[in-house]
Design a binder for this molecule. Structure first.
Ligand SMILES: Nc1ncnc2c1ncn2[C@@H]1O[C@H](COP(=O)(O)OP(=O)(O)OP(=O)(O)O)[C@@H](O)[C@H]1O
Length: 810
């Protein structure tokens, strides 16, 4: 880098962009002027003006102020206007030694068409470049006439990454060379098994990932690692949820125990060929066995790009070079051992479509279920297990209905026996004696699984698939020793991200979201030893009920795609996984600044007691249960009713005593609240906890007096019906419905928050035309908006329905 260059920047008043220029390999007047000089005759003043105002690629190099842009010209999008009021002297240039060095930044113009044909201005993240000076051969051999642009320039992965206002001018193809003087060195270790960039055919959209390991060191001619900046341009420290406190997962030294009741692991898959071909960056770094850092590419409001770092800690983090066997040893294997001791265990894969859930859990030949099968058969050979036999069943939950994948997708029903064990009645279970048999049966079912096209993935799983291995006593097949379920959940991405999918797909998405939220709440409740586990929220959690109570172990494997284009989804996955276990052993961590909101606190308030399963004994299964034990029904209504009756079912004496103490406390609390309201002469808004407290008081004392006697302020002191008091009496009459209402309401709020976020983003993108692709047409905008509105409408309807239910019970 020449001193003339820096002097010139100072003269031009652009020296504050020095780092940005460096990061983009612009380290000499040579490289700068090549961008600006050649197109001088191409644009007239008004075109230039239009380009200036519309050129969002300034953000790429961080030139944010309009004044600076005018001064410095629109070099980055290649509109090729020479710097107006050029302070950068061409005379300087002539003398400059850098002139001898061919610039890596080239523009090839076709003046006749007044269109920039090719230009390559690679976006090199100041944090983590994805290619070294020795670019992969395929990139070097790309023809300059094709538009094989660095995707992060022309087709940035994020929706909110800026795109040029005039798409015609963006038809630029890559120049193969890079400035290795300015570029940081990047050493790549590639998995020889898959990696052959030479062989990357642009038509090859294979999703087959390639393992790429990066190690980065600053290169010659470049300043050291650039500091990360946050949205305010301030160096960014690690900013994401970090668990704090003892017993949590925050400290590197935190305990990770294979025998934990809940284990939350994360698996990062390798970049696939398509992602490599489109030059997507690997933004997820496994920094140690328990830590994953996501470098999220972002754009400031002034269009400057920056990177935000999020660090997450889990029980276990598996890097992209980990095999299924590695994952198995640290996740499912302990569960296998556990079921032989008479327990139930569940292993989930959760993540965005295409992130590797099926590959991990149910890969036909190498999934965790195969490995578990292998170990189960080994253990079954032991003399002490000779009385046991293994059975497999495979079903799916699609749109809240159960289907037997081993029996022509026959509808199934979940039932509950007297011991709170869930039985999928009618499920075909096959006795298996070898891994091969397990695999054959699995394959049969796998083919029947529902898949459908979504905007996100043409082959996306639209259902939750549950493959279970049950250990039964040979002499009495109704006697179950243990059960291990492998669950390949449907894709976690939200309905709002499904592009212009039809209503059916959006409905599916909404159903999936609902069940995943419910699942999270249930696992959290389990992790926190909560007295109440909200099974009723979805079919998925209803059928997994016995995996959340009593003798159970759960392992969740969150799968993430490492590419920059999916960073938002990956972050959602990681936040979900984090929330599952965030509070363990630290009741105060929800107050931590970085910790996400604890919205299920009341579950642990001890207001409700879920009856113990009392099933330390092996399960006793009976497929003939009275109809009142039906957990799922055609109309979907009785499930709740049944569940509520199970909530209110008699509990063991000690629990009754505890409940009565709790009732007393709650009653006092409600009365105190009433008194305080009375004293202040103000009608206070009720918190959920208050309503619940009063409700429980009303139910348990049988009087409901505290609730109904809530005083209100009225004109001249006359009694005015207090809506809160009405709620309380209502709750007393229909406790289960109100309970459900609170849950639905909570989900509604969450969904609305998400949707409103998406809506704001949409309108910003549309109005500022920031979408990199041209698809943000009026039509696309209207469609996306419509999609969001439909979801909001659905959510409101659901809430209204629940309100009606409560009223009916009044
Ligand atoms: N850890 C991994 N190593 C190698 N390849 C992987 C890995 N994870 C996933 N893949 C590959 O990535 C692709 C997508 O994976 P997979 O089908 O498992 O995703 P998914 O999360 O189950 O998606 P969906 O929800 O749509 O079913 C597959 O081709 C799979 O082979």
């Amino acid at each position: 880098m020449s001193s003339i260059f820096s002097t010139t920047l100072v003269k031009a008043g652009l020296d504050h962009y020095f780092d940005n220029f460096m990061a983009f390999g612009i380290d000499s007047l040579q490289s700068l002027t090549l961008l600006t000089m050649q197109g001088l005759p191409l644009l007239n003043a008004s075109e230039f003006e239009a380009c200036l105002t519309g050129c969002v690629d300034y953000g790429v190099v961080g030139v944010s102020s309009m004044e600076d842009r005018k001064r410095e010209s629109c070099f980055c999008c290649g509109c090729a206007w020479l710097m107006t009021n050029l302070v950068f002297g061409r005379t300087h240039l002539k003398n400059e030694t850098d002139l001898a060095n061919p610039s890596p930044l080239q523009i090839q113009l076709i003046p006749q068409q007044r269109e920039i044909k090719t230009v390559n201005i690679p976006y090199k993240s100041p944090i983590k470049p994805y290619y070294s000076s020795e670019d992969p051969p395929s990139r070097q051999s790309q023809s300059s006439s094709t538009s094989n642009l660095p995707s992060n320039l022309l087709a940035p992965p994020q929706d909110d990454v800026p795109a040029p206002r005039n798409p015609a001018r963006t038809n630029r193809a890559a120049s193969p060379e890079r400035n290795d003087r300015s570029a940081p060195q990047l050493n790549q270790q590639r998995n020889s098994k898959n990696f052959d960039l030479n062989g990357l055919d642009s038509d090859d959209d294979s999703d087959e990932p390639v393992t790429v390991k990066y190690s980065f060191s600053p290169g010659r001619g470049r300043k050291g690692p650039q500091p990360l900046l946050n949205a305010y341009g301030v160096p960014n420290s690690i900013a994401a949820p970090q668990r704090v406190g003892a017993g949590g997962l925050g400290g590197a030294s935190s305990r990770t125990d294979l025998s934990d009741r809940i284990r939350v692991c994360v698996r990062k898959r390798p970049l696939n060929k398509k992602e490599l071909r489109t030059s997507q960056t690997d933004v997820a770094t496994v920094s140690d066995r328990r830590t994953l850092v996501v470098n999220e590419p972002k754009v400031k409001v002034d269009l400057t790009r920056y990177v935000e770092q999020h660090e997450f800690k889990f029980d276990e983090v598996f890097d992209c070079d980990c095999t299924n066997d590695d994952v198995y040893r640290r996740s499912a294997f302990p569960l296998v051992e556990y079921i032989f001791t008479g327990g139930k265990a569940t292993c989930f894969a959760y993540g965005q479509t295409g992130s590797g859930k099926t590959y991990t859990m149910l890969d036909e030949t190498n999934g965790l279920y195969v490995m578990a099968g292998r170990d189960i058969f080994k253990l079954l050979e032991k003399p002490e297990h000779q009385h046991l036999a293994a059975y497999v069943g495979f079903y799916e939950i699609y749109q809240s209905q159960l289907y037997d994948l081993l029996n022509a997708r026959k509808r199934l029903h979940a039932r509950e026996d007297g011991k709170n064990n869930v039985v999928i009645s009618g499920l075909n279970e096959y006795e298996v004696s070898s891994v091969q048999k397990v695999m054959d049966i699995f394959n049969h079912g796998h083919n029947a699984r529902s898949t459908g096209a979504t905007g996100a993935n043409a082959d996306s799983s639209r259902s939750h698939a549950i493959f279970q291995i049950v250990l039964k006593h040979k002499k009495n097949k109704k006697k179950v020793q243990g059960k291990l379920s492998f669950i390949d959940l449907a894709g976690s991405e939200r309905g709002a991200d499904r592009g212009d999918s039809d209503q059916k797909t959006r409905m599916e998405g909404s159903e999936i979201n609902k069940s995943l939220l419910a699942l999270k709440e249930c696992i959290r409740a389990l992790d926190q030893d909560s007295k109440h586990t909200p099974f009723r929220q979805s079919k998925l959690t209803q059928v997994l009920k016995d995996s959340f109570i009593g003798n159970s172990r759960t392992c969740m494997i969150a799968t993430v795609s490492p590419n920059s284009g999916n960073s938002e989804h990956s972050l959602n996955t990681l936040r979900y996984a984090y929330r599952v276990k965030e509070l363990k052993g630290d009741g105060h961590s929800q107050d931590s600044q970085d910790s996400p909101r604890d919205d299920s606190k009341e579950y642990s308030e001890g207001i409700y007691d879920e009856p113990d399963s009392g099933d330390d004994d092996p399960l006793l299964i009976d497929s003939e249960y009275p109809p009142e034990n039906l957990l799922d029904s055609e109309d979907g209504a009785s499930a709740d009713d049944v569940e509520s009756s199970s909530d209110d079912a008699p509990v063991v004496a000690s629990k009754q005593q505890r409940n009565s103490v709790l009732s007393q406390l709650n009653s006092n609390r409600a009365a105190a609240l009433a008194a305080s309201n009375n004293q202040n002469g103000v009608v206070k808004r009720e918190s959920v906890a208050d309503i619940r407290a009063a409700r429980v008081a009303a139910v348990d004392t049988g009087a409901g007096v505290a609730a109904r006697a809530r005083p209100t302020r009225g004109a001249e002191g006359s009694a005015v019906q207090n809506p809160a008091a009405e709620n309380l009496s209502l709750a007393g009459n229909n406790a289960a419905s109100l309970d459900e209402l609170v849950n639905v309401h909570r989900q509604h709020l969450r969904l609305f928050a998400e949707l409103s976020k998406a809506e704001s983003k949409l309108i910003v993108n549309y109005s500022m035309k920031l979408r990199p692709d041209t698809s943000m047409s009026n039509d696309a905008y209207v469609k996306e908006l419509e999609g969001i509105m439909i979801q909001k409408e659905q959510s409101i309807r659901e809430l209204q329905l629940q309100i009606e239910k409560c009223k009916v019970g009044k």
